[in-house]
Design a protein around this ligand. Structure first.
Ligand code: FE
Length: 202
């Protein structure tokens, strides 16, 4: 049982102060009507700060599933302008090749991710590069800068967790997974079950 799950809402809000600061920063960008490149640049600075210390993430939103990677919702902007999630890979787990259709930032909180980036061409998918992202590293996706990738836990003996922010309620976005021949299948990710977080004191 997570410490956070047994805390009164006020105490949980205190534990979640780093996440709250991050959400306020992203909301301020949205209030200013920031263009995508500003979300990606200033958001990366905010996200780097958020993942510099991993003690704020409640265990309820850090638990792996034995079979599949999981995505927990940490925060949804009331106007639906952005969402923040924790992405949890059990040992050896990986995503299919997929897209996002909106801008997104990834900050590795624990463990290490391997990201493979793809381009869709008329003759199929082409691998354009791959990167190893240790804790503290930041990555970005969007239809304008490159939106198709596969993400794997670099470890087969421990959990990897990253914190993501997207320019939409990502659990509801119609997206696609891709086969090597370039054919695609639509999916809507949804979110893993977890108690809602009390980010605010009121
Ligand atoms: Fe992704």
């Amino acid at each position: 049982m997570s410490a956070a799950a047994t805390l009164a809402p006020g105490a949980q809000a205190e534990q979640l102060a780093p996440l709250r600061g991050f959400v306020r920063g992203i909301a301020a960008l949205a209030d200013r009507g920031a263009p995508e490149e500003l979300f990606l640049s200033e958001g990366a600075t905010l996200l780097r700060r958020l993942v510099a210390d991993d003690r704020w993430l409640p265990d309820t939103h850090a638990a792996p599933d034995p079979e599949h990677y999981r995505q927990y919702r940490l925060y949804l902007d009331p106007a639906g302008r952005f969402s923040v999630v924790s992405f949890v890979w059990g040992p050896g787990q990986r995503t299919p090749v997929h897209d996002h259709t909106v801008w997104g930032l990834v900050g590795v909180l624990r463990g290490t991710e391997i990201v493979e980036n793809y381009e869709r061409r008329s003759d199929g998918l082409r691998l354009t590069g791959s990167e190893r992202l240790p804790a503290g590293a930041i990555d970005a996706v969007s239809p304008t800068i490159g939106d198709i990738h596969r993400v794997s836990n670099a470890f087969d003996d421990r959990v990897t967790i990253s914190i993501h922010v997207y320019g939409a309620d990502i659990g509801k976005v119609r997206r696609s997974t891709y086969d090597p021949d370039g054919s695609s299948r639509e999916f809507v990710s949804g979110y893993a079950e977890a108690p809602p977080l009390s980010l605010w004191n009121d």
